[in-house]
Design a protein around this ligand. Structure first.
Ligand SMILES: [Zn+2]
Ligand SMILES: [Zn+2]
Length: 343
């Protein structure tokens, strides 16, 4: 075989190697780029920070609509009240920090607690830690009925080592102020009055839990009330009276019935606890009657018991019969749902 023919024979092999190298290089580049794109998307994953308009009115974001029983689609009790550019939270339940990020909220100007069942406060540490990592240097004001100091001090105590590690590692970039909320305990009545926002704490009925309260937020002529955990009772009705929006917990005992019957045979202790749980929450039909009588203009349901999946069928079942007792719109809450009161 002469040189030319060798070359002719060899050329396709050489070309294949080059092509292979090119393909390998291209694949590596694609993998590298997509890995980094994924990383970038991960960083951005949480929606970019929301621009809050200082001239905007009152709005509400349901950040946590679940209960202690795990439901991947629902954080536990947490509601954001946005007044202009200020953001306040009513309760800080499990995974509230995830919903906050998903809503693009990067600031918290104050926290109001309704009571101290753990599904209403357990997410506080995560929220403060993430604000600290975001470079926030402030002591967040926390308000609640008696018990707030004990609960917040307990959570902060569990972060003592974490805070030490972060201060050792990051120095002054991580502010220890963020892990020292300013806690004040209040009796029902006006608990906050600043730059046109008035917040009134009202008593609710969650026996045997004492104290248990809800809040009314009044801003630019609109009222949003948040129930906390409660049965329907006269104190709750007074707190909700005339609200443009009532964010209320609710239980549909009918939906519990099959589960109760099933559990009752195999686990009577659990069945009894379910029955006791139903008793100290707001029955959907009683809530509809109360909202009608109290002149509530719009009702948003949160803290849904049972913790239904966020779909139309389950939601229609949950509020079955309510519209026959209440004339206003009923919103069945899903995490991230936003309700503006400006219009
Ligand atoms: Zn609860
Ligand atoms: Zn409770």
């Amino acid at each position: 075989m002469n040189f030319v023919s060798k070359r002719i024979l060899a050329t396709p092999v050489l070309l294949s190697r080059k092509s292979l190298q090119k393909i390998v290089f291209a694949l590596a580049a694609i993998l590298f780029i997509s890995a980094n794109l994924g990383h970038a998307q991960g960083l951005l994953g949480a929606v970019p920070p929301r621009t809050l308009n200082p001239d905007a009115g009152l709005s509400v974001i349901l950040l946590g609509t679940g209960i202690p029983l795990p439901n991947a689609a629902r954080a536990t009790a947490c509601t954001a009240i946005i007044a202009g550019e200020r953001v306040f939270l009513v309760d800080t339940g499990r995974n509230c920090v995830v919903s906050l990020a998903a809503a693009g909220l990067r600031r918290v100007d104050g926290i109001f607690y309704t009571h101290y069942h753990s599904d209403h406060f357990i997410g506080l540490g995560e929220i403060l830690l993430n604000l600290g990592i975001a470079g926030v240097d402030a002591s967040i004001p926390v308000r609640g009925p008696i018990g707030a100091k004990e609960v917040v001090e307990g959570i902060i105590a569990t972060y003592r080592l974490d805070l030490k590690y972060r201060l050792d590692h990051h120095g002054e970039k991580f502010s220890d102020n963020i892990m020292k909320p300013t806690v004040t305990e209040h009796e029902p009545g006006l608990v906050f009055d600043d730059k046109g926002l008035r917040v009134t704490m009202f008593k609710v009925c969650h026996p045997p839990i004492e104290p248990a309260v809800g809040y009314r937020f009044e801003y630019r002529g609109k009222i949003a009330a948040v129930s906390g955990d409660t049965q329907v009772c006269p104190d709750y009705a007074e707190g909700a009276r005339g609200a443009d929006l009532l964010v209320s917990e609710a239980v549909n005992s009918q939906l519990f019935a099959p589960a109760q019957a099933l559990v009752g045979r195999s686990n009577p202790r659990q069945a009894e606890m379910i029955a006791e749980g139903i008793e100290y929450h707001a029955d959907t039909l009683a809530l509809a009657t109360m909202a009608q009588e109290a002149g509530v203009k719009k009702l948003a349901i949160t803290h849904l018991m049972p913790s239904i999946p966020p779909n139309d069928t389950a939601e229609a079942q949950f509020i079955q019969g309510m519209s026959e007792l209440y004339d206003g719109p009923i919103v069945v809450g899903r995490d991230g749902m936003e309700i503006s009161l400006s219009d």
